[in-house]
Write a protein that binds this ligand. Structure first.
Ligand code: PEP
Ligand code: MG
Length: 657
């Protein structure tokens, strides 16, 4: 029994729609295959199905053999012909895998460690001093000797492998049963559990064991082979699945060896996390409240690990290079996230110094709470808005507690990276509306999607780029993908009914980009009016973060409602120094006269045109620079919540002075 059809599932059969398809297929007893371009795979293997790479509007054949084949083909064809299959209108509580954000890759830094008489020195990535027990997080590599089995050993070894698979599945089920598991984490664990049960992966390992190789080596070979297949696909989402396969392979090997991964859950209160590299998403899921500080071989001051550390007030030194290895065996460590100094196993003098500084910092934090609710003003009475940079609704409370006067930068990337498919218009509208309501009457500035070749999202195919930071990112990508962009703009127009929403465009380098966006906004308004959906207009501004935008700031100022200076990117582009590369971190300073000159030019153009000029790059929270920015005419500064009270104090003192 077989039938062919054109796949209408939105974005095709990858990720969630694929795993749901497999689940449906598994509910039938018959053998089922799905065929595309002459290639047939089992419809009951999520790995095989994902690797088939079935896209929307492609023709496939469903072939079934067995007792219930008629019902199976009918159900599966119905699934394939439904554009909404597997998307977010379906129930989410069945343990099916869902969101897995993709962490921004942090490039490998060459050894850049500077050994000083103060200890080691890396990139000062998140201010503050910390000292505590070291928590080295260097998951051990699994080595295997590739042992050949005697013919009478293979049966027992296959059994051992099956027991290991069961153990891993039980461990994952136990994690899934934990009610405290966050929704996003649940999706990841559920996806891994599916892989651990995959007949393609496990079957291949079993066949290799039956052929005479020990189980650990067989699992490593099978997972490496499947992972390589994923890595070779022309889809960034599927490429990222290679890591999932390796992670499951690793878990299986540990179970075979009778071990269990310690993970970050075991991190004791106040410990300093030491790692060669840690993905932004791993960090976001870690017990952040317990982490006293972070020391990392990779990353730079504006990498996303640094941004997460700053937003949670965790001192961090990154970019220590390969020599972070030297910190594997230490017992305690002190670090200064403002200078980049790291002291392994500090002696008594250093301990005393850090203890004094930690106490002083605690007192300062205490004293700063007096500024929480103040509305800082310039000497002439103009209010300076001190707002928060956030990336998810979970951060609202911390921002409000810190005294944020609204949001100066809502990074929408996380919303897109968290999901295996593009977030729907309704879901986006709800998110933006919740944000606007939480801060009303203060403004909330939502930045439209700023995603690029270095940070893939599900549902968008990015080209392979030599220089992703100079490539198809931000507004460039959005204007080329009006289907994605209009969905976000429509959601923003709908959310604007609920509060004070402003919208800004990232990576602008031409006037035409603003004009084309306006035309799309008009189109969206027309559509919403026709559909009878309530919506409201919003002020449209731009981020000034490319040198091109600085040079055309006068022209831009005539066409937009506000500027927000993005010093993270502006610094890297003005100085031609990659913001993630610790080797050129010495050039990546906003206080360099070239960058300060660019900020001043932008401010002058904005002030002359009578529009608001703000800043949302990390420099906005620096007390040493805030007076200069205010003198240039900036009236809004947006920063990590942890910096808000100090910034308010700084402005108050400046005005009093
Ligand atoms: C910036 O570039 O300064 C900025 C705020 O944006 P992001 O760090 O998200 O690129
Ligand atoms: Mg930027």
């Amino acid at each position: 029994m077989e039938r062919s059809t054109i796949v209408r599932v939105h974005e095709g059969l990858h990720a969630r729609p694929a795993t749901r398809f497999v689940k449906l297929a598994k509910s039938f007893e018959c053998d089922i295959e799905i065929v595309r371009d002459g290639k047939a795979v089992s419809a009951k293997s999520p790995v095989k199905l994902m690797l088939l790479g079935v896209k929307e509007n492609q023709e496939v054949t469903v072939r079934a053999e067995g007792a219930d084949s008629i019902e199976a083909v009918e159900a599966l064809i119905g699934y394939l012909e439904n554009p909404l299959s597997g998307l977010d209108d379906e129930p989410q509580d069945d343990g099916a895998p869902q969101a897995e954000p993709v962490a921004a890759p942090v490039p490998v830094a060459p050894a850049s460690l500077v050994q000083t008489h103060h200890g080691l020195r890396g990139v000062a990535a998140s201010e503050g001093v910390a000292m505590g027990p070291a928590f080295p997080y260097f998951p051990a590599e699994i080595n295997t000797d590739g042992r050949t089995l005697a013919p009478d050993e293979t049966g027992a070894e296959v059994e051992r492998l099956r027991r290991a698979v069961a153990t891993v599945q039980q461990r994952m089920d136990a994690t899934l049963a934990d009610r405290s598991l966050a929704e996003g984490d649940r999706g990841i664990v559920a996806a891994l559990r599916d892989i651990a049960a995959d007949e393609d992966l496990i079957g291949e390992a079993e066949r290799t064991v039956a052929g005479g190789l020990d189980a650990v080596s067989a699992v490593m070979a099978a997972s490496a082979q499947v992972a390589d297949e994923f890595a070779g696909m022309d889809d960034p989402y599927l490429n990222a699945r290679a890591d999932d396969i390796r992670a499951v392979g690793r878990q299986l090997c540990l179970a075979l060896l009778g071990e269990e991964e310690a993970g970050l859950d075991a991190l004791p209160e106040g410990a300093i996390l030491i790692a060669e590299d840690i993905g932004a998403w791993d960090l976001a899921r870690a017990p952040l409240k317990r982490i006293g500080g972070i020391v990392c071989g990779h990353g730079g001051a504006t990498s996303h690990v640094a941004i997460i550390a700053r937003s949670h007030g965790i001192p961090a030194v990154l970019g220590l290079g390969g020599q972070v290895d030297a910190l594997r065996e230490i017992g305690a460590i002190a670090l200064d996230g403002s200078t980049g100094h790291v002291h392994p196993d500090p002696d008594d003098a250093i301990r005393a110094d850090f203890e004094a500084r930690i106490t002083a910092a605690g007192k300062e934090r205490e004293a700063l709470t007096a500024y929480r609710d103040m509305e800082p003003r310039r000497a002439d009475g103009t209010v300076i808005e001190v707002a928060a940079n956030i990336g998810s609704l979970e951060e609202i409370d911390a921002a409000r507690e810190a005294g944020a006067m609204g949001v100066g930068l809502f990074r929408t990337e996380l919303l897109f990276m968290r999901h295996m498919h593009l977030p729907s218009e309704d879901m986006q509208a709800e998110t933006y509306a919740a944000l606007a309501q939480a801060f009303a009457p203060h403004p909330v500035i939502v930045r439209t999607l700023d995603i690029g070749g270095d940070k893939p999202i599900a549902g968008v195919e990015f080209p392979q780029e030599e220089n992703p930071f100079l490539g198809w990112r931000g507004i460039r990508m959005c204007l080329d993908r009006p289907d994605i962009f209009k969905r976000q703009l429509r959601a923003l127009l709908r959310a604007a009914v609920h509060g004070n929403i402003k919208v800004m465009l990232p990576m602008v380098s031409e006037l035409d980009e603003v004009r084309r966006t306006r035309a799309l906004i008009e189109e969206c308004k027309g559509e919403l009016a026709t559909e009878g959906k309530s919506h409201a207009d919003f002020p449209l501004g731009v981020m000034v973060e490319t040198p091109a935008a600085v040079f055309i700031a006068r022209e831009l100022a005539k066409e937009v409602a506000f500027f927000s200076i993005g010093t993270n990117d502006l610094t890297q582009y003005v100085m031609a120094a990659d913001r993630l590369n610790p080797v050129v971190a010495g050039l990546n300073h906003v206080e360099n006269p070239a960058v300060m000159g660019a900020i001043e030019m932008t401010a002058r153009a904005g002030v002359e045109a009578g529009i608001m000029v703000g800043m949302c790059g990390e420099a906005a929270g620096r007390p040493d620079l805030i007076p200069a920015f205010i003198r240039m005419g900036l009236t809004e500064l947006s920063m990590s919540p942890a910096s808000i009270q100090r910034a308010k104090k700084c402005i108050a003192e400046m005005s009093a002075g």
